[in-house]
Each structure stands twice: as structure tokens, then as C-alpha cells.
Write a protein that binds this ligand. Structure first.
Ligand SMILES: Cc1ncc(COP(=O)(O)O)c(C=O)c1O
Length: 450
């Protein structure tokens, strides 16, 4: 069970609101100081224990303390920790990029390695505008993205992010235009998301026409929308987006930072939902959490613009640590484990077990959505527990997530939803424990259910 952490009061400041995120300095006395971890369990500095039902934040798919990845990183650290990036790359980076492309569906045929998800979204945005410019359409600069989509914290990726709070930073990228998702429309119209799919497509097409199709460079989407509580796309929606983009000459970008690398039970959500984008961003789990790593995968359609000297020279300036040998070693070792464990088959098997467990845990207290080992639950409001329900520091989702944390279970909750993403190496017993702890938290916050 978790416990309060005692830290030096001189280095902490209780005036800081850490309910949303932690700051390193100053920090609140409530900040959890994680100390060590093994498998799917963490320990804090005060000896509190946590079961990780979120893989860190969709990252530690192979668990903590993975010897193959830690050994590969250690060996690389001793042999070549860094290489002059303006003068060459490393064997590991080349091998990793090659293997990532092999894992991805055709026609994704090129990979650019970066350090994190936001950087990979930035690279996709730059490539999208470059692509049209090089092909003689410099007027295509607008980028469509979804309300409620999350794409990162740098200015370009933030401009794609459809949360109202991003407007606090002032104007973002010129040409950022929002569209509605099927789930948002379903809420508005009372339809089921499956029924709202065609309506959302029709509305997006109207937006494209109203914004002038010849001014639009790209459409960026998360295949499964995290901040709507893992809104799984209705059948036909992503293939419908593919057709729309083709009709209007727009590049389709999938942000698979969360859904990529086996999370949905296939290598990419592009495989699961049968629509292949022109640019695909992948990150989080691809290093298993052992080094910062992400990539943008580039289709055969876009790749040729990088073959021309001036364009590739323009795109070349990268991040100092992009494609660094340590991250490449972590990524290659993670890919080795991906194949060894047969992740798609394993995720599909574990997902069947966990879905059944969650269904019986919910007992009418929520609506479950899943894609592989990625889960979202929209909570059905019950009587909120005194002082910890809706209106007390957030919605029902936060209340349930906090009740889980008090029991030593890490999940995420906001608004009326919670999300879970157990590690690929979880055992059936781990999943049973996650479901039991979640059930106890639901009992506390929502009452017993039916
Ligand atoms: C869908 C999605 N895109 C992009 C990002 C940004 O990735 P990073 O935090 O690695 O920059 C995230 C991070 O949570 C994400 O969930």
C-alpha cells in the first residue's frame, strides 16, 4: 500500500497545486517519490507499493527491471553513448529504423527517429507542409485535428491538441483547424458512436470544403482518442478518413504514440482499424521506458520529397539527441522482446481475460471500451463519496483514480472516465488484482452497483 512520503520541508512548498502534475522543484510533501520497480510493481521512498495498471503512461510495456533491455542499454553506454549527429549515425539506429518499418504496414517505408511523441508530431507537421510545397502547392498549410485530441506539449503539437486549456498559451500554429469526433457528436445527438461515424465524416468533409481543400496540408488524428476516455473509432470511420484525405489531396497522419507497438493487439492501430496513414507517429512503448524514443514513419507517397537535396536539407535539422545510440539500443532490445513474446498474440489473449474481468467488476457502473490492452471506462454517476466526488478536485474519473491510488493501483481518471493500459508482461493474476482493486475503488466512490 502507498504511504505518505516524508521529505525535507525546506525543499518543499505546500502552496503548489500538485493535483494535476508534479514539479520537481519545488515539490509538494504529497509528491510520490518512486524509488524502485520490478515487473509491474513500483515502490516509493517511504516503502509504499503500487501496482501499475497504466504501464507508467502507456510506456513500460515490458515491465520494470527487464534484463534484456537494461543489458542492451548498459552495453551501449559503455561502447558508444553518443555519436556526432551531423557526421553520421550508429549501426543500432539504422537497424532500429529498418525494423520499425518492417513492423509497419505498407506503404510506410521510411523512419525518422526522435526523442518523444511531441517531437514526432512536430516532424510529421513539418513533413506535411514540406511535401505539398515541394510538389508545387505551397498554399497547403492548414492542419485539421480533433477536439479532445492530445498530441503533445511543444507549440506545434500543442496547436493540434483540442483541449480548451491550450488556448491559455495564446495563438498556436497558423492554420490549425478543429473537427469533431464521432464520440463527441454521439454525445450531442444521443446517437450511438457507431451511428455517429458517418455523420462525423460528413461534417469533416463540410469543414474541408469550408476551409478550402487546396489550403489543407494534413489531418492529424489519434486512432483511439485518449482524452475522451479511449474513444474507440466506430467501424469504417478511419477508412472513411483515408478516403476523404485521398479525395482532397490531404495527408493523413495517425498519432499512434499510445496505440502503436502492439497496444491494440496488432502492431499498429492502422492494422487493427484497417486504414494506413501517410505519416505515422509512434513513441512511448517503443523503448519500453528505458530511454526517450519515438519515430515518425513515412509512406512511399511522402518519402520522395526527401530525395530532393533542398527539401531534405531543410528537413535535416533535427534534435541533438534524436536517433542517439542509447535510445536505439533500448528500442532494438524492446523490438527483440516484442517478437520473442509474440506481443500481438499475447495482448489479444490477455485482453480477452481482462475484458471479462472488467465487465464483471463494473456491474452497471460504467461503459467499457477496449482495443487490445487499452481500456476506457465511462463512469455512470452514482452517489459520490463525501468530499471526493464530482466537484471536489475534478470529476468522477479523478475520484475513482484517487481511490485506486489509495489502494496502491495506478490508473488515470479525468472528467467522467478512467483509462487502464496494463503491461504486455502482466500475468493473469496481475490483471485479476488490478480488477479487484478497481472494483473496491468503484464501491467506495459509486456504491456497489447492481
Ligand atoms: C497521443 C499522444 N500524442 C503525443 C504525445 C506526446 O508525447 P510526449 O509526451 O512523449 O512528447 C502523447 C503523450 O502523452 C500522446 O498521448
Amino acid at each position: 500500500m502507498p504511504s505518505a512520503v516524508q521529505t525535507d520541508p525546506a525543499s518543499s512548498w505546500t502552496g503548489l497545486d500538485t493535483s494535476a502534475f508534479c514539479f520537481e522543484a519545488p515539490h509538494s510533501p504529497d509528491t510520490i517519490l518512486f524509488e524502485s520497480a520490478q515487473g509491474v510493481r513500483l515502490t516509493d521512498a517511504a516503502g509504499g507499493e503500487y501496482l501499475d495498471g497504466l504501464s507508467g503512461i502507456f510506456v513500460t510495456c515490458f515491465g520494470y527491471g527487464s534484463r534484456p533491455i537494461a543489458d542492451a542499454v548498459t552495453e551501449q553506454l559503455h561502447r558508444l553513448p553518443f555519436n556526432p549527429p551531423l557526421h553520421g549515425t550508429s549501426r543500432g539506429a539504422v537497424e532500429l529504423a529498418t525494423q520499425l518499418v518492417q513492423l509497419a504496414p505498407a506503404p510506410l517505408s521510411l523512419a525518422k527517429l526522435v526523442n518523444g511523441g511531441s517531437e514526432s508530431v512536430e516532424a510529421a507537421l513539418r513533413l506535411a507542409r514540406l511535401y505539398h510545397r515541394e510538389r508545387g502547392e505551397p498554399g497547403r498549410y492548414k492542419v485539421l485535428s480533433c477536439y479532445h485530441g492530445y498530441h503533445g506539449a511543444t507549440f506545434g503539437s500543442l496547436a493540434m491538441t483540442g483541449r480548451p486549456d491550450t488556448t491559455r498559451f495564446g495563438p498556436g500554429l497558423t492554420g490549425a483547424v478543429r473537427v469533431w469526433t464521432p464520440h463527441s457528436l454521439a454525445r450531442l445527438s444521443g446517437l450511438r458512436p457507431e451511428e455517429a461515424g458517418p455523420q462525423a465524416l460528413a461534417l469533416i468533409e463540410r469543414t474541408i470544403e469550408a476551409e478550402d481543400p487546396t489550403a489543407i496540408a494534413a489531418l492529424v488524428v489519434e486512432p483511439v482518442v485518449h482524452l475522451l476516455g479511449m474513444a474507440v473509432p466506430p467501424p469504417g470511420f478511419l477508412p472513411g478518413l483515408r478516403r476523404l484525405c485521398d479525395r482532397y489531396g490531404i495527408l493523413l497522419v495517425f498519432d499512434e504514440i499510445v496505440t502503436g507497438f502492439g497496444r491494440t493487439g496488432q502492431a499498429f492501430a492502422a492494422d487493427t482499424f484497417r486504414a494506413v496513414p501517410d505519416l505515422l507517429c509512434v513513441g512511448k512503448g517503443i523503448s519500453g521506458g528505458y530511454a526517450p524514443l519515438a519515430a515518425v514513419l513515412i509512406s512511399e507517397r511522402v518519402a520522395p520529397v526527401l530525395a530532393t537535396g533542398a527539401a531534405s536539407y531543410a528537413f535535416a535539422p533535427s534534435h541533438t539527441y534524436a536517433a542517439n545510440p542509447i535510445s536505439a539500443a533500448a528500442g532494438l532490445a524492446a523490438l527483440g522482446l516484442y517478437r520473442e513474446l509474440d506481443v500481438p498474440a499475447r495482448v489479444t489473449r490477455l485482453s480477452g481475460h481482462f475484458t471479462a474481468l472488467l465487465e464483471s467488476t463494473l456491474r452497471g457502473r460504467g461503459v467499457l471500451r477496449s482495443a487490445g490492452l487499452l481500456y476506457g471506462i465511462t463512469l455512470t454517476a452514482g452517489p459520490p463519496a463525501a468530499g471526493d466526488g464530482e466537484g471536489a478536485g475534478g470529476g468522477l474519473g479523478q475520484a475513482v483514480a484517487r481511490a485506486c491510488l489509495r489502494r496502491g493501483l495506478i490508473i488515470r481518471g479525468e472528467d467522467d472516465w478512467v483509462v487502464l493500459a496494463p503491461a504486455y508482461v502482466s500475468t493473469e493474476a496481475d490483471l485479476e488484482q488490478i480488477a479487484a482493486l478497481l472494483g473496491a475503488a468503484l464501491d467506495e466512490v459509486l456504491g456497489g452497483g447492481r
